[in-house]
Each structure stands twice: as structure tokens, then as C-alpha cells.
Design a protein around this ligand. Structure first.
Ligand code: GRF
Length: 203
């Protein structure tokens, strides 16, 4: 049976698009069964619709508090019965309940070489710090902010005339490569978590 992937989004959804294309081409042997957005305006919802993927909006602003939002999200996830949850530009910290329910079954992509520059505006943080190399990281989600065990990373140069925009665009090309790669490895059962280290099991 095809593995079930749920993707959580908040925005434009280029990583969602990369995952959609990787499932459509057969690179990833799994199916995106649901896209969930906390933002009704997310362009990612259009991408899901165009790909014929069901989408659910849980408009964060309509919930009285984080607890009730997380309860609704957990219910949606339970119904979708995912093998893997992918955060793809999802702009919220997942609550502890969901993290522990799906421990080592939630992946996130972050636009820096973690543990450097976690949180918002990672590319701007990297530029302001003056690093010469940056990149992106796919990691398992734990209770912290961008702190979970690292699955894959890709690096790219930072140029003297970079702006947050040009650096983000460069990093994004790599995001679209390593996120499908990490999902493929996960769904093939090739990732083993050993403390902080994620080991790729060879054939
Ligand atoms: C990406 O840079 C991703 O690393 C970060 O948020 C951005 C989302 O972009 N978590 P998109 O919505 O996938 O285009």
C-alpha cells in the first residue's frame, strides 16, 4: 500500500510543489493524501487544488487559543492516518501533543545549516552574521525550534553582493532537492535515529 504523506503549509508552497512533483514522477513511492494550511490565503492551497490533492484549512485566527487549534489539527491528522507529516513552510511551532504522537514521523525543512540560524529569517540572520557558506537542513521535528535530529543538509556559497532575497532563492534550489530525497529515504525505511544522529541504512 502506498505510504501516506500529509503536508502542513502556511505560504507559497514551493517545497510542497517539489514534493508533489516527486510523488507524481514516482521518485517518492508515496502519496500526498492531504495538505493542511493554517492560513486560508496560502498559495500552497492552489497548488494542492491543481494537483487534485484534498486540502483542509484550519484558520489559526478563528481559534480562541493555541490549545484548541492544536486539538483540531491533531484530529485532522488522526483522520488522515499519515505515515509521514512534512512541514513545508509551516510557520508555527507544533505543540508537544502532536510532536510526541508522531515522534520521528515529522520532517521539517529549514533554510540554514542548523544549528546555525534557527527560527525566522534564517537567510537574513546568515547574511548579517557574515557567513560565507549557508544552505538548508531537513530534520525531524522535536519540541524545540528547529532543533530535531538532522536528516540531510546541502550547502551553498554566500556572495558579497547577496541580499536576503538572492540568498533565499539560491538556498531554495537546494531545498527542492533535499526535501524529496529525505522523504524518499524515510518512506523506504532507510532512516534510523540514534540519539541526535540520523543514520542512513545502506541496502
Ligand atoms: C522555505 O525557505 C523553508 O525552508 C522554510 O520556509 C520557506 C517556505 O517556502 N521553512 P515555500 O512555502 O516552501 O515556498
Amino acid at each position: 500500500m502506498s505510504k501516506r504523506i500529509v503536508v502542513l503549509v502556511s505560504g507559497r508552497g514551493t517545497n510542497l510543489q517539489a514534493l508533489i512533483e516527486a510523488t507524481q514522477s514516482g521518485y517518492i513511492g508515496g502519496e500526498i493524501v492531504l495538505v493542511v494550511s493554517d492560513n486560508p490565503q496560502a498559495y500552497a492551497l492552489r497548488r494542492a487544488q491543481e494537483a487534485g490533492i484534498p486540502a483542509t484549512v484550519l484558520d489559526y485566527g478563528l481559534f480562541p487559543n493555541k490549545k484548541s487549534y492544536e486539538a483540531a489539527l491533531l484530529e485532522v491528522l488522526e483522520r488522515a492516518n499519515p505515515d509521514l507529516i512534512c512541514l513545508a513552510g509551516y510557520m508555527r511551532i507544533l505543540g508537544k501533543g502532536i510532536v510526541s504522537r508522531y515522534r520521528y514521523r515529522i520532517l521539517n525543512i529549514h533554510p540554514s545549516l542548523l544549528p546555525a540560524f534557527p527560527g525566522l529569517d534564517a537567510q537574513k540572520q546568515a547574511l548579517e552574521y557574515g557567513v560565507k557558506v549557508s544552505g538548508c537542513t531537513v530534520h525531524f521535528v522535536d519540541e524545540g525550534m528547529d532543533t530535531g535530529p538532522i536528516v540531510l543538509q546541502a550547502s551553498c556559497p554566500v556572495f558579497d553582493d547577496d541580499t536576503p532575497h538572492t540568498l533565499s532563492e539560491r538556498i531554495l534550489q537546494y531545498e527542492h532537492q533535499i526535501y524529496p530525497q529525505a522523504v524518499k529515504l524515510f518512506l523506504e525505511g532507510k532512516l534510523r535515529v540514534d540519539g541526535r544522529r540520523v543514520v542512513t541504512v545502506k541496502e
